[in-house]
Design a protein around this ligand. Structure first.
Ligand code: IPE
Ligand code: IPE
Ligand code: MG
Length: 241
């Protein structure tokens, strides 16, 4: 019997673990970096599709603090792809009223990348149609430690600090909690992504590899989200009656 949706509508914030680029390339006997290059094309499509179907906030995991353990050539390629993506798409994103944030640590980033990040965030700061967050050099544990350091530097009293106050020191300050996490490529783990923000997210895992992910996969994930019974620790109203 089909379940009745108990929550209907668009998730306020979707976060995607874009996984499987390497396997996509290997299946085609191509180098892993070819998969990453194709993955950027998927990023362009998904940003456009998400905004067209009414999503207002999208976070994409593109380089984790653990990805530093990969071969240097792959790391360099991933850094170059971020740079190229931001440089080539900044104008279009800005024209479409998209606010871009780069979540993550600034440690280990070159001066030119730091100034590019500052430029894209500054240029799009007033934009309101869509929030695009790219988690780059991002790890949730690192983010929580940085947030604690910022809260401490701001003179916050940790014995009385509320969850809402602490949230203002996260990279996602001001954004809604994550409603839906999608992970491609069949892996079923969180890999140090948005541990705080996804505390009550619904998870959808798909076997599709990131370069193949398209609008129908996004819509399927949202449909599955809409079938979930989100209780947030409470009881079904039927149980209370
Ligand atoms: C996702 O694809 C991109 C990054 C993690 C940077 P992978 O590179 O992890 O691809 P697989 O998982 O090896 O197939
Ligand atoms: C997670 O993918 C990080 C990104 C998508 C950027 P990984 O491929 O690095 O994760 P693990 O190693 O399978 O957990
Ligand atoms: Mg992977």
């Amino acid at each position: 019997m089909a379940r009745t949706p108990t929550y209907s509508g668009m998730p306020a914030h979707i976060a995607i673990i874009m996984d499987g680029n390497g396997r996509w390339a290997r299946a085609r006997h191509r180098p892993r970096v070819f998969g990453h290059t194709e993955g950027v094309k998927t990023v362009r499509r998904v940003v456009e599709d998400a905004s067209e179907i009414g999503i207002r906030c999208l976070t994409l995991y593109s380089f984790s603090t653990e990805n530093w353990t990969r071969p240097k050539a792959e790391i360099t390629a991933l850094f170059n792809l971020l740079r190229e993506y931001v440089e080539s798409d900044l104008e279009t994103l800005h024209r479409r009223n998209v606010r871009v944030r780069i979540l993550g640590s600034r440690n280990g980033l070159s001066d030119d990348l730091l100034s590019l990040i500052a430029r894209v965030e500054e240029t799009t700061r007033q934009n309101t149609a869509f929030n695009l967050n790219i988690a780059f050099n991002y790890g949730a544990r690192d983010e929580l430690l940085r947030a604690a350091a910022k809260a401490s530097a701001a003179g916050m009293d940790f014995s009385t600090l509320t969850e809402a106050e602490f949230s203002t020191f996260l990279d996602t300050a001001g954004l809604p909690d994550v409603d839906l996490v999608i992970r491609t490529s069949g892996e079923k783990r969180i890999s140090n992504f948005l541990l705080w923000q996804a505390a009550y997210a619904e998870f959808v895992f798909t076997d599709v590899l990131w370069p193949d992910f398209d609008l129908s996969d996004l819509q399927a994930a949202i449909s599955e989200f809409n079938l979930r019974d989100r209780r947030f620790g409470s009881l079904d109203p039927a149980e209370v009656a």
